[in-house]
Design a protein around this ligand. Structure first.
Ligand code: SAJ
Length: 416
């Protein structure tokens, strides 16, 4: 029976810790944020994720999961802390460095250390390994070290943790095999073993693939606006081709993964990543494009009020990190528009308290334009009557998520 210490109890660490614990493994979950630990000790979770509350309670009541603010001796250490980018788009690896340093006093011969945080290529070998070797133990000889990225989709994390294929990149073959034995506790998908740098690149390539493809869809939407064709219809028809699968345009790309990870590649090799960089810039330009559409729609309207529906980075989650919807809201405010915001999944941050509406009705009342920024389930079924109390009913649907049979010919309705 192994004891696993999971460092970082966020969107990845908490589901992973709960999953191991509910499959009979003794787990110590560690987070430096005391309020997270207190919330978890009360049996509550600090993030929204389908089924996680129940899974965590099963883990806690089994006695297999404990949560602490400091790591302790274990057989396996899993690092799942945030790796954001800084203002200049370079990677911020401080959390990985400090989590690795926190493991060091507890590292014993025979241990396995796994880095799960999305990291720049080479981080396992060049950043984590030297820190862990600081007390004289040698990676590969005295302890095992591997990189195994999380590839789960927020909103479906618990299912995908089990069913997705899992890649484990060892600094040597023994490390990769030890990782496989560990994840076999709950992973039912294929487990693929490779080298650490390949596993790091697999993760970055997957998210970059998606980012570049979304950028292409967004660029088609910009062309459609200029040339006067319906981008959604054109994409639907193009996708009937057996080898074409164009993604969906939208107000931009958010979240802590796809909007971030491609920059790790740009940082690693600026010369070789021109397409990747350009795709990031296209996607980051979309909130500004939504602003320009709003300005065009509201030309000549005196002191217009805009209702923003949805603030999260995508549908049916509570995560507003790197959210293009928040960026749109901020740009509208900077441009001097009066705004209201409503999102059924979000507790309003203090800065938005005076702009917050608790329902769609409250948000659109007397407004001149509603901008649908997130295709939450709560919004998808909105009927045109939902706009009845607006000063003039106008809706910009940036996700084409409303029922087109109801909305297509409604006056004041536009899609991105
Ligand atoms: N988006 C579009 N158009 C699309 C698809 C997505 O504008 O056609 C936008 C979304 O609205 C959102 C952003 O892109 O703002 C990203 O959403 P997503 O659903 O594509 O991905 P994430 O960030 O929730 O999760 C991704 C997943 N990666 C891939 O699909 C390659 C997931 O599997 C990863 O585990 C996750 O990143 C991660 O943690 O890296």
């Amino acid at each position: 029976m192994k004891k696993v210490c999971v460092l970082g109890l966020g969107y990845i660490g908490l589901p992973t810790a709960s999953m191991f614990a509910s499959h009979g493994v003794q787990v110590v979950g560690v987070d430096i944020n005391l309020s997270v630990i207190e919330t978890l000790r009360r049996g509550q979770i600090h993030i929204e994720e389908n089924g996680l509350q129940e899974r965590m309670q099963i883990a806690l009541s089994s006695g297999n999961l404990r949560v602490e603010t400091q790591p302790e001796p274990a057989d396996v250490f899993i690092i799942s802390v945030p790796t954001p980018i800084q203002a200049d788009k370079s990677s911020d690896m401080r959390a990985v460095v400090s989590a690795t340093k926190a493991i060091l006093p507890h590292l014993r011969p025979g241990n396995l250390v796994i880095l799960e945080s999305t990291s720049p290529p080479g981080a396992t070998q060049n950043l984590v390994r030297p820190i862990l070797e600081g007390n004289g133990l040698r990676a590969g000889k005295d302890f095992k070290l591997a990189y195994s990225p999380e590839r789960v989709l927020p909103g479906q994390i618990l299912r995908e943790l089990v069913e997705n294929a899992r890649v484990i990149g060892g600094i040597d073959e023994e490390s990769a095999k030890a990782g496989r034995d560990l994840y076999l506790h709950f992973v039912k998908g294929e487990i693929v073993l490779t080298t650490a740098i390949t596993a790091e690149m697999v993760k970055l390539m997957e998210n970059t693939f998606r980012d570049v493809n979304i950028a292409l869809a967004n660029e088609f939407a910009l062309l459609a606006d200029q040339m006067g064709f319906d981008v959604w219809e054109a994409i639907t028809i193009a996708n009937r081709h057996p080898r074409v699968q164009i993604l969906r345009p939208g107000p931009g790309v958010g979240g802590h993964c796809i909007a971030v990870d491609p920059w790790f590649l740009v940082e690693a090799s600026p010369d070789k990543t021109k397409l990747i960089r350009q795709a990031r810039l296209v996607n980051d330009g979309m909130p500004g494009y939504v602003l320009s559409r709003a300005k065009r729609i509201l030309e000549g309207v005196q002191a217009p009020i805009i209702a923003c529906l949805g603030l999260t980075y995508k549908a049916d989650v509570d995560d507003i990190r790197e959210s293009p919807a928040v960026e749109v809201l901020e740009q509208l405010m900077l441009a001097g528009f009066l705004v209201r915001a409503h999102d059924p999944h979000v507790v309003p941050p203090d800065v938005l308290a005076s702009h917050w509406a608790n329902s769609v009705e409250e948000a659109v009342h007397d407004a001149d334009l509603a901008i649908l920024l997130v295709d939450h389930a709560e919004f998808r079924g909105l009927p045109p009557e939902a706009l009845a109390s607006m000063r003039t009913p106008r809706l910009l649907d940036t996700r084409q998520c409303l029922d087109q049979t109801l909305w297509k010919n409604v006056s004041g309705y536009e899609v991105l």
